[in-house]
Design a protein around this ligand. Structure first.
Ligand SMILES: C[S@@+](CC[C@H](N)C(=O)[O-])C[C@H]1O[C@@H](n2cnc3c(N)ncnc32)[C@H](O)[C@@H]1O
Length: 396
């Protein structure tokens, strides 16, 4: 691969290497024993484990089908329609224009996956996993957007050898090139498209931040990579004492202006168009936020952003960094690790960024001069984990 990609730091294991290696090799030999599968199914104490492993492997194999069922339901707008009222097969066939016999395969698959469920009188209604899809437009938009990623990944080895030639790389203009000052119309369209998607999908991340961090001590917040300003708008309603600055590329802030006006926020929000690759960050804020920004960029750029944030803050100021992060070693075995696989590939297809562990980002923040760096516990780390660090003194 010719692309300049960073390597992830190896996570340190608490157990001595020789002991851990020997234990893992013994387990592997045991799992590979030809009689183990039949023996463990006969034994009531181990049957559940073998069933669970088999099921997990089957789900991995079937994952593509699952996501296509999801996309099919989104494209037919089934979640919103069934949220309004359950419907039977014939009604749904009429509405979607699909033949009942094929539509039924989709509906039964969606029931099997918990997206839909059977209701009385042979009707279909929303299942537990379908409810959020009917309520949050941003999820449906991400599912549609993922189609681009899955097209790029159709042949995984070709993708790994040439990850930046697909639709995803094209979708994210800033992840590869320096942004030119004067953009052709086609490029402006790209900024509009991704900024809209980001605004639609940011809701869950914003909720995590607002419900986990207290903003009382702050006076002015600078949101770097602010997009169309959804975080700033929601924080403005949450903490009416705050003033704001937004920093993003000029075409993105041009899109943000109208929305801020409509929300009556122009007096509280100052726009600072620029690029953190070339420009310093504006001073005057005592809290700088970086929401879903670092993971888009290679280590050298992240270090640059963190140093600029440190330089722009007053002594006592705080940096808050929130984004999906890799599951740390101490959480190994807990649910959620498979989310990492998605982000590793998403960020590879997008450009030169990567999914980092909280520990890696904490170290980068400390290297940029921040002290008291810690993780703020939050309820849904799958949406984002949150780190904060303080500027306690100016760097020499
Ligand atoms: C993944 S989006 C996140 C937007 C928003 N914070 C959110 O969570 O929805 C990353 C943002 O960083 C901005 N960005 C990318 N490169 C930039 C640069 N060189 N200077 C300033 N902003 C940049 C993009 O325009 C985009 O709005």
């Amino acid at each position: 691969m010719s692309q300049p990609l960073d390597l992830a730091a190896l996570q340190a294991s608490p157990a001595p290497a020789s002991f851990k290696d020997a234990w893992q090799a013994r387990l592997e030999r045991w799992y590979a024993h030809p009689g183990l599968y039949r023996w463990s199914l006969r034994n009531p104490l181990t049957r559940w484990l073998t069933r669970r492993r088999t099921r997990q492997l089957f789900d991995l194999m079937a994952g593509f089908v699952h996501s296509q069922v999801l996309l099919g339901c989104v494209r037919l707008d089934l979640f919103r329609a069934l949220h309004q009222a359950p419907a039977n097969l014939d009604e749904l066939a009429r509405r979607t224009g699909l033949a009942p016999a094929v539509l039924q395969r989709l509906l039964l698959s969606a029931v099997a996956l918990g997206l839909l469920e059977h209701r009385s009188h042979a009707r279909y209604g929303l299942g537990p996993l379908g409810v959020p899809l009917a309520q949050h437009e941003g999820i449906a938009q991400m599912i549609e957007h993922n189609h681009l990623l899955y097209q790029d990944m159709q042949d995984p080895l070709q993708f790994l050898n040439n990850a930046w030639t697909g639709g995803m790389a094209e979708y994210w203009p800033y992840a590869h090139d320096k942004t030119p000052v004067h953009l052709p119309a086609s490029e402006v369209d790209k900024f509009t498209r991704y900024s809209q998607l980001m605004a639609a999908s940011q809701g869950f991340v914003v909720q995590e931040i607002l419900s986990s961090y207290f903003f009382d001590e702050h006076r002015c917040v600078l949101d770097v990579g602010a997009g169309k300003g959804r975080f700033v708008s929601e924080l403005a309603a949450h903490a009416p004492h705050l003033q704001f600055k937004m920093f993003d590329l000029p075409p993105v802030l041009a899109l943000a202006r109208e929305g801020l006006q409509a929300k009556g926020l122009t007096d509280r929000v100052a726009l600072h168009p620029g690029s953190f690759l070339d420009d310093p960050l504006p001073e005057g804020a005592d809290l700088i936020t970086l929401v879903r920004v670092a993971h888009d960029h290679p280590d050298a750029v992240v270090r640059q952003i963190l140093q600029k944030a440190h330089a722009a803050l007053p002594v006592g100021g705080v940096l808050l960094l929130a984004e999906p992060m890799a599951q740390p070693e101490e959480e190994a075995g807990q649910a959620g690790a498979s989310v990492d696989a998605y982000f590793h590939f998403y960020l590879l297809a997008m450009g030169a960024g990567r999914l980092r562990t909280p520990q890696e980002l904490q170290t980068m923040m400390q290297e940029a001069g921040f002290t008291h760096v810690e993780q703020v516990p939050n309820a849904m780390p799958i949406h984002a984990r949150i780190l904060v660090g303080r500027k306690s003194q100016c760097l020499p």
